[in-house]
Design a protein around this ligand. Sequence first.
Ligand SMILES: [Zn+2]
Length: 267
Amino acid sequence: MSAGTPDSPAIRVLGAEAVAGRRLEEQTDGMELRLREWEGSDLVAGITRARAGDYSVSTNGTDALLEAYGALARRLGFDAVAVPRQVHGTEVLRVDGAALAAPGGESAPAVLLAGRVDGLVTTRPGLLLVSTAADCIPVYLRDRAGRGVGLAHAGWRGVAGGILDRAVAAMTWAGARREDLEIHLGPGICGACYEVDAPVLDALGLGGERARVDLRGILASRALAAGVRAVTVSAHCTRCGAAGLHSHRGSGGQAGRMAAFIGARRT
Ligand SMILES: [Zn+2]
């Protein structure tokens, strides 16, 4: 027992050295931060800011969810949106096809509540994928050759369980080649802000009693190990950044949730 040092002056940041990805700053666009470097004539990618409201799936009722996500899809130009009920697991679901036909026509985007999964992939134009977060890392995936997009939610449990590898595998099952994949690790808690103790360090294979951990650094190294060549890392931290984002830790657990999103508009 090394008692007597309640506040260690030199807590290391583990995982940060593994950040091989290029820094990439999402651009502020009113209610959202947008990943302009990925966006083109059809692709849309970004994350809502706190001012856009609370997109929490676990605390909002079904009617509120249908309204909030339907409005988000409409605002971004999509006729359907898939919303996972995240459980800090590693299941990744492919969503495509006829099940998402919008019953209400163009004026009412279809909202699919996609079950207890932490990642979604699709090859369907017109379908927006979302993932909620407030410190956890949104993992954006796209196939440079245009065969699909994906989005996963990675907190420490997801990182430890291998959500990134599951999401990469799901993209390849959907038709993408591994070498054509690009991954962006979006706004989330940074290594300087994320102090954890032994159970989390053990789960991440790092060991020790207490340390700071850079989840995006670990995810970047996992992505490179999985054969993904293009990895970028958001410059924004949900807790210490100034982009107006929800932070679970920064709010003492009172924060709402942001909605990260990606999809290809129907052309
Ligand atoms: Zn920070």
